[in-house]
Design a protein around this ligand. Structure first.
Ligand code: 4AD
Ligand code: MG
Length: 458
């Protein structure tokens, strides 16, 4: 196979013999006797400089090697006399595989993210999106490594489901009918109404209550019509679930997880992180280092409300015991009050889903949200209600039909155990770690209200 630029640049010595280099031309400069090419192959942010003499095979096609064209080069890697790079290629032949004429949209640097969203098929070739999608891949692997090290099994929960985990009525329907969906549900493909999952948690609980510790990592879907920079209709969630775990253990796991992911970013994505820090968010590296070094804060919801009320801040949304925390409240707590990641726990039961464990005070639930600077809510989780009668009461409260959830109640009928878990939104994590401010720019093909094609509207 041909060489990758990342391997060449990282090597202590140059390969002895000629190598093959494949990639896309970023820039070209010609002089009489030779040309300089800057080649990027996507394996890392940096490109490789190539020098090719005018008498080499293929040089007669050099004029086709314009910005965006794909090329195959053979040659030797030699120490570079130029500044800022250790190695360069002295090419012995050039082949232009695919030309790119002057309509290629990425000729010039400095396009806005909004414009680049309209060319989602080409934007991975830019420095920014190359860095984002390499980071996305590395972090996904780190997620698996974290849970593997702690004895969690990877469970594959269904994407098509009949249950509404969060009970918020934000589900996309899956159907082959074209009219009267509810009335004709018995004729439908699944003989009943089916939806895209909003969370793998409920099925995840069945696996945890058998294998002990599991996690899911897959796409989830929400038909939330919220046009914010941190909501997408399709996003990836990581949901660990563990038997014999209580809320405190759940918070410990969430904190360890977030710290591990920050350290992975600092340690394994250094080149891309330096780029984000320079061009996207100048405070990023410092903020991540500070978060990694800080003690994460924990506070009950009741205390969070008191802090917000005493802050003297004018918030857009009201702050009152019993109301949900909004992004502005969450960000105040983590960015200004605590200056560290903070977990708020024991929320009013009335604003949380049916599956959360009721606390002894009868008005709060064993819920937790982990908030991080720049984002707000990154993780939502809870200890689950494992007591059958209390869960049945919760069902009544939330208007949920027992018949539809017999299987879920069975977990409480047969060998019930305390158990807990959480969900981390993978794109929110990437926004936190890259400084990218819009969720549309950490997803290769983002789906948001009004946008489902290959090319998004900005
Ligand atoms: O807080 P949520 O709704 O929790 C659950 O779904 C639980 N069933 C998880 C569990 O306990 N297993 O969602 C979890 C996380 C949020 O904290 C947020 O990071 C992310 O998922 N999230 C979204 N990310 C992008 N776009 C959206 N529309 C999101 N909705 C939630
Ligand atoms: Mg939540």
């Amino acid at each position: 196979m041909h060489a990758r630029i990342t391997d060449l640049l990282r090597a202590d010595s140059a390969p002895e013999s000629e190598i093959i280099l494949c990639g896309w031309v970023r820039t070209r400069r010609d002089s009489k006797a030779f040309s300089f090419l800057e080649i990027n192959d996507g394996s890392c942010l940096a490109g490789l400089q190539v020098v090719i003499d005018a008498n080499r095979p293929g040089y007669d096609t050099i004029s086709a090697a314009t910005t965006g064209a794909s090329v195959r080069l053979t040659g030797r890697i030699i120490p570079s006399p130029g500044k800022g790079q250790r190695w360069e290629m002295q090419a012995s032949s050039l082949e232009v595989l695919g030309s790119a004429d002057e309509s290629y949209p990425l000729q010039k640097k400095g396009h806005t993210p909004e414009f680049l969203r309209t060319i989602a098929h080409l934007r991975p070739r830019t420095n920014l999106f190359g860095a984002v999608f390499r980071t996305r891949s590395r972090l996904a692997l780190a997620v698996h490594r974290f849970f593997e090290q702690r004895g969690f099994f990877h469970a594959h929960t269904p994407i098509i489901t009949t249950s509404d985990c969060e009970g918020a009525g934000e589900m996309f329907r899956v159907t082959t009918l074209d009219t009267d969906l509810a009335a004709r549900a018995h004729e439908d493909f699944f003989k009943r109404q089916a939806f895209l999952t909003v969370s793998g948690q409920l099925e995840g609980e069945t696996m945890a209550c058998a294998l002990g510790r599991i996690y899911t990592f897959g796409p989830t879907f929400r038909a939330e019509n919220s046009h914010t920079p941190r909501h997408a209709a399709e996003f990836w969630m990581i949901e660990p679930e563990a038997a014999f775990l209580d809320l405190e253990g759940d918070i410990n796991l969430a904190e360890d997880f977030v710290r591990f992911l920050i350290e992975t970013m600092l340690g394994e994505c250094a080149e891309d992180l330096a780029f984000f820090n320079r061009f996207i968010d100048k405070g990023l590296t410092e903020r991540l280092q500070a978060s990694a070094a800080s003690t994460f804060v924990r506070m009950p919801y009741t205390e969070a409300i008191e802090i917000l009320q005493r802050s003297g801040r004018e918030f857009e949304y009201p702050v009152e015991w019993g109301l949900a925390l909004q992004a502005e409240h969450e960000r105040f707590l983590t960015e200004e009050h605590c200056k560290a990641p903070v977990t708020v726990h024991d929320y009013p039961a009335s604003i949380k889903p049916f599956y959360m464990r009721r606390n002894d005070d009868e008005r709060t639930a064993a819920a937790m949200d982990l908030l991080v600077p720049g984002i707000g809510e990154l993780i939502g989780g809870a200890q689950r209600e494992e007591r059958l009668p209390v869960l049945e009461e919760n069902f009544k409260h939330h208007g949920i039909s027992k018949e539809d959830y017999q299987w879920y109640l069975d977990l409480r009928r047969y060998g019930t155990v305390p158990h807990a878990g959480f969900g981390l939104g993978f794109e929110r994590l990437l926004m936190f770690l890259t400084g990218v401010r819009n969720i549309r720019d950490v997803i290769p093909f983002p789906r948001t209200a009004g946008n489902a094609g290959t090319l998004s509207k900005a």
